[in-house]
Design a protein around this ligand. Structure first.
Ligand code: TRP
Length: 347
């Protein structure tokens, strides 16, 4: 599906969510490869809380096996998974309403991978543009089987709970296409309507750059993590890349660094970036950075407070994950039974 069509469909879906959010079972997730940052917050995290609060059924997946697509070992897994859980709880995901789980802990989900693999061809796997891009940037000398097949595993992530809506960024659209293909092919080939064909919900993720003016990324160390303290945040913003022009303007094409800082402030304050830039104007980078530091710290203060409260009760945090894993396993077992029945494997 082209991005334009996906955009149009997403606008329709937003209307339907507004009318009856409870009709949607939503699944989305993160790879535990490092701390979540403000790019994640504005790109996807706050949207999950919004959908939960509107009354949709939300599943949040910690995609721990998927960490191993472009590296041999998953480093600091325990630390990163705990960090994700703390961030989820701190931003307002409520485990009483939202299922938070790790796919490695859900055996029946993983078993769906086998029948699903039989439904896609090797050329289809080879064509996936997101996988191609990841192979190009991989730190491994040879491509692993998981790299090529993880989009099929991702279909299992989505279809085990029969999610009908998947909020994603543009890079995930090819994966969602494979999921839709697998759902359709399964239903057709085995003559049973087991799976819904899920929609992508493209959110208008703002293009935030890192503090070095380049794409924000966990591995580049140019992010502002949700877990950063107020002083650390101030330091990161103070060191952010601007340019030689004193007058502040909002022009992402010609002034990416400065514009990204303006945009971040505008997002924190829920304001228009053009207006903000015009107000700062001749105040220059110093005024912009002061304003931005206050805006980010005000936004993050309550989140940080909740985060450190949960961090003092890691027993509870781990229980949230165990409960989520258990709930996901129950659902996955029911789906797997339907799958095996449809395939004639009822012995
Ligand atoms: N591929 C996603 C990412 O890199 C993570 C992910 C795994 C995911 N399974 C998913 C996202 C299922 C949405 C639905 O961020």
């Amino acid at each position: 599906m082209s991005v334009t069509i996906a955009d149009r469909r997403s606008a329709e879906l937003e209307e339907l969510i507004g009318q009856d959010a409870a009709a949607f079972r939503i699944l989305t997730g993160d790879r535990p490869t490092g701390p979540l940052h403000l790019g994640h917050y504005f790109g996807t995290l706050r949207n999950r809380v919004r959908l939960q609060d509107l009354g949709a059924e939300v599943f949040v997946l910690i995609a721990d096996y998927q960490v191993l697509t472009d590296r041999d070992t998953a480093e600091h897994l325990d630390e990163y998974v705990t960090g994700l859980l703390l961030d989820y709880l701190a931003i307002g995901l409520d485990p009483a309403r939202t299922v938070i789980f790790a796919h490695s802990a859900v055996p029946a989900l993983n078993q769906l991978l086998l029948p699903f693999l039989s439904l896609v061809s090797v050329p289809e796997l080879n064509r996936n543009p997101t996988v191609k891009d990841e192979i190009a940037h991989s730190r491994q000398s040879a491509v692993s089987g998981l790299m090529l097949t993880y989009p099929v595993h991702q279909a299992a992530d989505i279809l085990f709970c029969k999610a009908n809506l998947v909020p994603v960024g543009q890079d995930q659209l090819p994966h969602l296409e494979i999921t839709r293909l697998i759902a359709r092919r399964f239903n057709e080939r085995f003559g049973a309507p087991v799976f819904p064909v899920p929609d992508a919900l493209l959110s208008a993720a703002p293009l935030l750059l890192g503090t070095d003016g380049i794409k924000m990324s966990k591995s580049r160390g140019n992010t502002i993590p949700l877990s950063a303290g107020a002083d650390e945040t101030a330091g990161l913003i103070r060191g952010a890349q601007t340019d030689a022009e004193r007058h502040i303007s909002y022009d992402p094409a010609t002034r990416p660094g400065v514009s990204s800082l303006v945009l971040l402030a505008a997002l924190c304050l829920d304001r228009d970036p053009h207006e903000m830039a015009a107000e700062i104007g001749g105040g220059g980078a110093a005024v912009l950075k002061n304003l931005l530091t206050t805006a980010v710290n005000d936004l993050l203060a309550p989140i940080r407070a909740r985060r450190s409260e949960y961090a003092r009760d890691l027993g509870y945090v781990r229980q949230v994950l165990r409960d989520g894993n258990e709930r996901a396993s129950e659902i996955a077992s029911v789906t797997l039974s339907e799958v095996r029945a449809a395939m004639g494997m009822r012995y």
